[in-house]
Design a protein around this ligand. Structure first.
Ligand code: HMG
Ligand code: MG
Length: 319
């Protein structure tokens, strides 16, 4: 047990959990892609710099998707050079970017991106809504992207959306998810992020999916979890994943987020809520919760509405 600092929980470790967790920060991408108003490019750059200064070491910067599909991120070409030095070999944070196809890969590589993410769907409905493709057509679209990225020594993350439920199709069978994960692994993805796009997962379901993936010889260290907090389950689901051995957790500063092509999706698990729990469990994240909270309060002011994160609200509450 360690004595708590002001604004931090008392650290009381629990058995069977990792010593360190890497947070994959998605606020600047998953968060801002879903804002009604388009945030100015300079403000996005400041957001990313402040996230890095708060100790986040993986910060998803933007998406090289069709600008008409996600107008909020249409400034990727202007933004990336403003933050690129963070991701340089002597920089402080890796800066992955989303690319759906070879056109997106060309745009990302020409700016010096060295970590990319493709994004598949476990369901046909979402594949159509998000990528204008069937599940298998989308996988075929990613294949040359992953091959070319790997040939250039880029790190490749494969997202998989709708791993637990889908707004059009309802519950998603575990084996349906396993099949697409297998395909992404076989393609060469270094890491898979399991997306609960609409936030319907519960802890037993998380454990069941992770177990099924292990049975398919997909090792836990290659897996990340990506929970949206629609039903308030994101932290409980994260704990289940940590107990299973997962050490990479996606989260969004201030709980920003959602998906423009999945109506019922709300914000991601808030990074501050995650850091509060991990700190309380004695798990190292390298994140300065005070600096991070100040960043989310600042961003909430820019967006004109309070952060949905309980931890941000509690820590920034003024009498
Ligand atoms: P499409 O309309 O089928 O595109 O969209 P296409 O391949 O037919 O091409 C049509 C035109 O678009 C062509 O131009 C292409 O060059 C151009 P034209 O020849 O007609 O002049 N084009 C592009 N331009 C710029 N950049 C590109 C690009 N690609 C084609 N990359 C497409 C297919 C995949 C492009 C489209 O559906 C798309 O951009 N979708 C992205 C949707 C998206 O970003 N969703 C949010 C991210 S996913 C998410 O949030 C979930 C996640 O958080 C995990 C979770 O929570 O589950 C990751
Ligand atoms: Mg998401």
């Amino acid at each position: 047990m360690t004595t708590p600092e002001l604004g931090l929980p008392m650290a009381v470790p629990a058995e069977g959990l990792p010593a360190r967790v890497r947070i994959h920060e998605v606020g600047a991408r998953d968060g801002l892609q879903n804002e009604k108003a388009t945030v100015p490019t300079e403000m996005k750059a400041e957001f990313i710099h402040r996230l890095a200064a708060a100790g986040l070491t993986t910060i998803e910067a933007t998406s090289f998707v069709h600008p008409k599909w996600v107008p909020q991120l249409a400034d990727a070409e202007q933004l990336f050079p403003l933050v690129r030095e963070l991701g340089a070999p002597d920089g402080t944070a890796a800066l992955p970017v989303l690319v759906p196809n070879e056109r997106g890969l060309d745009r990302a590589l020409s700016l010096g991106a060295s970590r990319i993410a493709v994004f598949a769907s476990a369901t046909e409905s979402f594949a159509k809504a998000n990528l204008n493709r069937t599940v298998d057509e989308a996988l075929a679209m990613f294949e040359p992207v992953v091959a070319r990225a790997k040939a250039q020594d880029a790190h490749v993350r494969g997202y998989l959306s709708m791993c637990f439920g889908d707004p059009w199709e309802g519950p998603v069978p575990v084996q349906q998810v396993v099949r697409v994960c297998r395909a992404l692994r076989d393609m060469g993805c270094d890491e898979l992020s399991l997306g609960d796009t609409i936030g319907v997962a519960t802890p037993g379901h998380v454990t069941a999916l992770l177990t099924a993936l292990n049975e398919e010889n997909i090792p836990t260290p290659s897996l990340a979890v990506h929970f949206h907090d629609t039903y308030g389950q994101a932290l409980a689901n994260t704990l289940a994943a940590l107990q299973h051995g997962v050490t990479t957790v996606d989260a969004s500063a201030g709980g920003l987020g959602g998906c423009p092509y999945a109506k019922s999706a709300t914000g991601n698990l808030a990074t501050e809520d995650l850091v509060w729990m991990l700190t309380g469990l004695g798990i190292d994240t390298g994140v300065d919760l005070g600096l991070l909270t100040a960043t989310s309060v600042w961003m909430a002011e820019q967006l004109g509405r309070p952060s949905p994160s309980r931890t941000v609200r509690a820590l920034s509450h003024k009498e």
